[in-house]
Design a protein around this ligand. Structure first.
Ligand SMILES: NC(=O)c1ccc[n+]([C@@H]2O[C@H](COP(=O)([O-])OP(=O)(O)OC[C@H]3O[C@@H](n4cnc5c(N)ncnc54)[C@H](OP(=O)(O)O)[C@@H]3O)[C@@H](O)[C@H]2O)c1
Length: 328
């Protein structure tokens, strides 16, 4: 087997700011202590919350010392282990408060789940924060057969997982999106509704028997829309609720880690059963992390934007999505 690594290339920043503050640095890699493993990262996800934290919009993180590392979702291979549950060579999906944007990281084995063979690296690496946010939200709202749920930004990372899992639970799902995503949502059995003026009437026409739950991912006119649709407060989740949930999922206390890993395991199992699929909207080499955030910040991802530590080539291709959009 390959030599154990002693160094890692990690994305860090020394001050709050835009993605241009991110820098790739080589750092010594600590060996795992009992209950820990070292993972060679294959794919890591990026999310809006990483950006909110980096730009100083999250008071919870104000006291976090610099340099700070970024990223919380990853999938990779165990290359050094001090935990019998995950011997060397085990393929894993994991989560960490920060530091997933790296070639190697040493983490608690309590934050890992085994990666099934049929879940792709790209999906596995982008699963944690978007997926657990989606699952926690559906669980909190007790979404089940008989529900008619509206999900905003239903083609995005969190929305696409929520929408597919709500369908899997037997709910009727109405998803807001731009016209370019209508076919994508229809393929998944979700009724697409164009966001923007007239949205309430369009939703009412699509749900003549009424709407029973509403998840606002995008966060503009959610409260007003939920009220107009007659959704009870207990079955509405705002974009602010989502933000709080995501920040909570980044805490490193044992209770949070245990909950997060349990939900990640449930998600990985659902992905393995093909209860949902996570499209990869952007796939960037780790060193192009700033470009990956610029892509995410356009707010038109279909699924997830992820970083790869072993891209076949660092040559960048124009994405099919951009080619198609340029025609319109
Ligand atoms: N308040 C918060 O705490 C919080 C936290 C995280 C994320 N967010 C926001 O929630 C959104 C979705 O999150 P995500 O992680 O799933 O991000 P994402 O993957 O970047 O979501 C992108 C999706 O948003 C859709 N979208 C763009 N403009 C929209 C609009 N005016 N109304 C409804 N949907 C719109 C896009 O659909 P089309 O391409 O079809 O237009 C795209 O599929 C993001 O815009 C993000 O900024 C809010």
């Amino acid at each position: 087997m390959a030599k154990k690594p002693s160094e890692t290339s990690v994305i860090e920043y020394d001050q709050v700011g835009g993605a241009d503050v991110l820098q790739a640095r080589t750092r010594p890699l600590r060996a795992p202590e009992p209950g820990e493993v070292t993972v060679e990262v294959i794919v890591a996800g990026i999310s809006h919350i990483d950006g909110f934290i980096r730009t100083g919009q999250e008071p919870d993180w104000a006291a976090e010392p610099f340099p700070r590392a970024s990223g919380s979702d990853f999938a990779g291979v165990v290359v050094d282990s001090a935990d019998p549950r995950f011997p060397r060579g085990t393929e894993v999906v994991g989560h960490v408060r920060s530091g997933a944007h790296a070639t190697y990281l040493t983490v608690s084995a309590d934050a890992l789940v085994k990666k099934p063979k049929h879940v792709t690296w790209e999906t596995a690496g982008g699963l944690y924060l978007a997926g657990v946010t989606a699952l926690d939200t559906l669980d909190a709202l007790h979404i089940a057969e008989g529900d008619t749920i509206v999900i905003s930004a239903a083609a995005g990372a969190v929305g696409s997982i929520e929408a597919q899992l709500a369908r899997y639970r037997g709910a009727k799902v109405i998803g807001t999106c731009g016209e370019r995503n209508f076919d994508y949502l229809r393929q998944l059995g979700i009724t697409p509704i164009q966001y923007g003026p007239g949205m309430t009437e369009r939703i009412q026409a699509a749900a003549p028997r009424g709407v029973t739950a509403f998840i606002d991912n995008f966060g503009q006119d959610g409260h007003e829309l939920a009220r107009e649709l007659g959704v009870p407060a207990s079955r509405y989740r705002s974009s602010d609720d989502r933000r709080e949930l995501e920040l909570k999922l980044l805490r490193s206390d044992p209770e949070t880690v245990q909950h997060a890993t349990r939900q990640l395991a449930a998600l990985v199992d659902l992905a393995d059963k093909q209860a949902f699929s996570l499209l990869i909207s952007g796939f960037y080499p780790l060193g192009d992390v700033a470009l990956a955030y610029a892509d995410l910040d356009k707010l038109h991802s279909r699924g997830k934007v992820v970083l790869a530590t072993h891209p076949v080539s660092t040559f960048r291709y124009l994405k099919a999505r951009d080619v198609a959009d340029a025609r319109n």
